[in-house]
Design a protein. Structure first.
Length: 308
């Protein structure tokens, strides 16, 4: 919570992964699904704005977040239960001058499309699903799912402008767990990474556990032919032994390239790697346990690996 109060989107992303489904489960008992999804976003916006007010001596983060959820839900239910003031209008003149509050067919169709695109973006970035998994979750053809994800990103960029698009890139990548800073070069790097993971021709390779590694432990490598950047996600990794760190590697021919090191928080982490060699898809990938300072070539125990 101190990190959220200091402006850390990564910390807010961790809270989102921890509590979003719980908040949605509470809200959907009283609201329709669309309204419940909106309430989840309102709660985390309130958490972001009021993080400095959290007092650990008065209760846990979970209790504090659920209290915000409770108040937001009550306010929404009260708003819906309010009765409009009755105004005498025997000739219908007042009513005729009032704009229609219910959306027409065109607005309703656009609203459904907007929610479908946002749902695809949420599954791809917050839930860390592959394009194939997003398609299966939404019951869509793979091409349609990819189009919605890409269209959503392009629409955000075109409507919000470059500065807001950079903020959107930060928020989405923060939901992926990638750390950020405010320097322009770093924002540009995140934008390149976001373009990579949303590209229709990006490649998603799964690094599975080797013998001796828990079955749930895995990593994903996202790359794109001709583009020297890659995004690696780590899931369900056990804590690294004292004095060691996880290091990701890509092999091209006989040469191993380090993609970076991580100490996964609560089992998950992400990293962005940039190198001209990554413009060619790797021949093999692996994550190893190495000394905390990292190494120039893989030498420790292999944890997860991929090979064609």
């Amino acid at each position: 919570m101190r990190q959220v109060a200091d402006g850390s989107a990564e910390a807010l992303g961790l809270l989102h992964r921890r509590f979003a489904r719980l908040i949605f489960g509470m809200a959907v008992q009283s609201l329709d699904r669309a309204a419940a999804e909106d309430l989840v976003q309102e709660v985390f916006l309130a958490v972001w704005r009021n993080a400095r007010r959290f007092d650990p001596e008065r209760g846990t983060v979970r209790a504090w977040v659920l209290q915000i959820t409770h108040f937001r839900l009550l306010n929404e239910l009260r708003r819906r239960s309010r009765q409009p003031e009755v105004v005498p209008d025997p000739d219908g003149l007042v009513l005729a001058d009032l704009p229609a509050r219910d959306p027409g067919p065109a607005e309703a169709t656009w609203d459904r499309h907007r929610r479908a695109v946002l749902k695809a973006l949420s599954l791809a970035f917050i839930d860390d699903l592959t394009h194939e998994q997003v398609a299966a979750e939404l019951g869509l053809p793979l091409g349609t799912a990819k189009t919605r994800i890409r269209a959503g990103l392009l629409k955000l960029r075109s409507t919000l402008g470059s500065q807001w698009a950079a903020l959107v890139a930060i928020c989405l990548l923060a939901a992926l767990g990638i750390r950020y800073r405010s320097e322009h070069a770093t924002l540009a790097r995140y934008d390149r990474a976001l373009s990579l993971v949303t590209a229709s021709d990006s490649v998603n390779l799964r690094l599975g556990p080797v013998p001796g590694t828990p079955e749930a432990t895995h990593a994903r490598y996202r790359g794109r032919p001709g583009v020297g950047i890659a995004v690696v996600t780590f899931s369900e990794f056990p804590p690294a032994p004292a004095g060691q760190i996880y290091q990701a590697w890509a092999r091209h021919g006989a040469t191993w390239t380090s993609l970076g090191t991580v100490l996964p928080a609560t089992g998950g982490a992400r990293l962005i790697a940039e190198s001209p060699v990554l413009a060619t898809l790797p021949d093999a990938l692996e994550v190893t346990l190495e000394p905390r300072t990292g190494t120039a070539a893989p030498s420790g125990r292999v944890v997860v690996a991929w090979a064609p």
